[in-house]
Design a protein around this ligand. Structure first.
Ligand SMILES: *Cc1c(COP(=O)(O)O)cnc(C)c1O
Length: 247
């Protein structure tokens, strides 16, 4: 795919690669869902994707969901929050997001639940897990998951836990990336085995443009893809992960 390729070409190409990776991993071709990530991309790109049948988009900033929710109100889009979420933004998320994949601490769960109760809504959530050794990656430490899930089911009834999410370490080593995905799947299997009441961890959201085929081999049920569909972002990754800016 070149820079001149259309969103339609790229979407078809990514979809074909997802299906092929699933088949290579011995799984049904439609067992991996695609969440297109529209962060930094504008109204026209999103409308184009909507015309191609996409109705669910990942965003990583609440302010951007707010703006896009307004200008694309006619499109009936489900906005999925995938980025680090400050507790003081819970109100807008409770109002505008269809789902949150970046739930990583109890303080945030409690804030979201309070606002969701106020809105009379409940939403699906994935718990974001820190599977990498990078000091600043967000996410709940894996060993805290069982206790966290017990608190969620007891104290925050508007949050329906559906699975886990992670971002792999951002380095060139395929082995290190694979280890992150494997950590998430094994954590899920162990935790599911414990059988916490009311918790279903069927979904594993892992894999991005650069690593989704590895994630699918390790059991991903949902890949979050931005640049491979929409093209290069105006802002580099450092804008979204300021902690990674070289010092
Ligand atoms: C930006 C982002 C993605 C998509 O990244 P690409 O490399 O553009 O595919 C996936 N997940 C999260 C949490 C993101 O912030």
């Amino acid at each position: 795919m070149t820079d001149e390729s259309s969103i339609a070409d790229r979407l078809a190409h990514v979809t074909a690669r997802i299906r092929a990776a699933a088949v290579r991993a011995g799984r049904p071709p439609d067992s991996v869902a695609l969440l297109p990530v529209s962060k930094t991309f504008g109204e026209e790109a999103i409308r184009e994707a909507v015309r191609l049948g996409v109705h669910r988009f990942g965003e990583n900033k609440v302010q951007e969901i707010r703006t896009k929710h307004e200008i694309l109100a006619d499109c009936n889009i489900d906005w999925v929050m995938i980025g680090h979420l400050q507790t003081n933004k819970a109100k807008d998320v409770a109002r505008l997001a269809a789902e949150v994949q970046s739930l990583d601490r109890m303080e945030l769960a409690v804030a979201l639940d309070k606002r969701l109760q106020h809105e009379g809504r409940s939403i699906d959530v994935l718990v974001q897990i820190k599977t990498s050794t990078e000091p600043s990656k967000y996410g709940l430490p894996p060993d805290e998951l069982p206790a966290f899930l017990r608190s969620i089911t007891r104290d925050t009834p508007t949050l329906r836990v559906r699975g886990l999410m992670t971002m792999a370490i951002n380095i060139d080593s395929q082995d290190a990336v694979r280890a992150c995905f494997r950590t998430l799947r094994e954590l899920r299997d162990r935790t599911q085995h414990e059988g916490i009441d009311g918790v279903d961890l069927g979904r594993l959201s892992m894999g991005m443009s650069g690593d989704f085929e590895i994630a699918i081999e390790e059991g991903s049920t949902e890949v979050r893809i931005g640049t491979a569909i929409f093209g290069g972002r105006i802002y580099g990754d450092a804008y979204y992960w300021p902690e990674k800016t070289p010092r």
